[in-house]
Design a protein around this ligand. Sequence first.
Ligand code: FAD
Ligand code: NAD
Length: 477
Amino acid sequence: MTSGNEPDTADVLVVGGGTGGYSTALRAAALGLDVVLVERDLVGGTCLHRGCIPSKAMLHAAELVDGIAEARERWGVKATLDAVDWPALTATRDDIVARNHRGVEAHLAHAGVRVVRAAARLTGPRSVAAGGREYTARRGVVLATGSRPRLLPGLVPDGRRVVTSDDALFAPGLPDSVLVLGGGAIGVEYASLHRSMGARVVLVEAAERLLPLEDAEVSRQLGRGLRRRGIELLTGARLTGAEPYGSGDGGGVRVTVLTDRGETRVHEVARLLVAVGREPVTDGLGLAAAGLATDARGHVAPADWARLETAVPGIHVVGDLLPPPSPGLAHASFAEGLLVAEVLAGGAPRPIDYPAVPRVTYSSPQTASVGLTEQQARDRGLDVVVNTMPLTAVAKGMVHGQGGSVKVVATGGGGPVLGVHLVGPHVSEMIAESQLIVGWEAEPADVAWHIHPHPTLSEAVGEVFLTLAGRGLHQSA
Ligand SMILES: Cc1cc2nc3c(=O)[nH]c(=O)nc-3n(C[C@H](O)[C@H](O)[C@H](O)COP(=O)(O)OP(=O)(O)OC[C@H]3O[C@@H](n4cnc5c(N)ncnc54)[C@H](O)[C@@H]3O)c2cc1C
Ligand SMILES: NC(=O)c1ccc[n+]([C@@H]2O[C@H](COP(=O)([O-])OP(=O)(O)OC[C@H]3O[C@@H](n4cnc5c(N)ncnc54)[C@H](O)[C@@H]3O)[C@@H](O)[C@H]2O)c1
């Protein structure tokens, strides 16, 4: 925290202390710059306090619950689930969040970043008002104010019956039934989590498939996996009404959905979880005072993507405040923070290769991908070859018994790999090699000389590349 008599000038002013803002601050400080970081809530932002970390902690617990059923049903381990002790589960989650939070605070303090806990407002292109003081930046201002759940007209979250990801996991327990609206990453992960914990789950997606930005094979495999787990999946479907009914524990929401076949379905559920995307946060930020405006969807767009710098020289943007192709992911915001700090320190870092940013969904089954989808590659007029293999084609895939697949999209004639798309158990931990393959523009023949350990799930990735390189072992070309 700053005290009243410290100077009000810094090299860099960062507004927002989420993953985008704090990574900018840490890197800038490491490069010798004097940094003020203004955060109105808690450093760590959405990802640490309401997003990635609490949700993944609980999805880990959900995997353990699923493991009990698998142990009993497949392996003859006579285990049963007595109960989920919610206070104990959430205490472990909250401890993980709290320890990470203390860690971020300690890193910032150690780096000499001055953290101001207040709402910041731009007062000019190089100045910010916060906590009753005005700060001026010698080198630049970095906007990192992030995003919040997008709401639909007439659907007001009340934290009980109608919720968003901001509160769905923080109520005292999970409901016994839920309709999840939106089949993006949040909708899929939260539907999966609720199902593992025993809820009846309906997942409604307006587009014709889940994760519409992913490869169609990923959506197909994921949909199949979720249905197999008993999740009712409605794609190409539209919400037409949501009315509360009853009171207390017996009450819920009566949700009306128009399906892709033109049928009207009514679902009575304890909770409606709205997960239809996120919108940037700029209210009260004073963009106009700095000569900035948002784009039509509320983002602040850079004029120079290589430097993530707006049309106002010295004002940079990172994280969820950026429009696509920035993907709205924490690890992308880390990379953006590093880049902007290095630009402000006078460097010329390599621009971010957005298609090469990996994307992971931590549901059961998981999805993980990097690079272009088959359709994107074809739409670019590229000469495309594709090889797909089920994970159960390798022994470890059979051990896991959860299906899944590996799909590689490559340039014809042995050219560079364009995309890798995985579905199945543990693929979140398997995507890293593919991210290097795509990022380094490796060719299947380069990859095929590298030996994958046996027996692992990653062997399936190796096999797909062996076949593409004309050296197929278990898979015929
Ligand atoms: C449920 C959920 C799960 C997710 N899971 C993942 C995941 O597994 N992996 C992944 O990569 N991404 C995940 N994400 C996305 C990830 O959380 C975001 O991409 C990331 O948090 C963006 O970071 P940011 O710094 O841009 O914004 P934020 O983290 O939103 O931080 C912005 C900060 O700015 C502060 N702020 C705003 N306005 C002001 C102001 N005027 N003055 C001062 N401070 C201000 C806010 O208080 C906030 O702390 C998830 C998101 C959600 C919602
Ligand atoms: N594992 C991860 O990396 C992870 C996890 C959670 C969130 N996130 C990030 O957080 C952000 C927000 O996630 P999200 O899932 O809310 O947004 P999203 O934009 O990824 O998905 C929203 C989904 O809702 C659908 N939709 C929109 N309006 C609808 C309506 N009226 N009815 C039914 N469906 C509708 C869209 O077609 C889309 O598929 C994204 O940037 C996401 O990548 C990432």
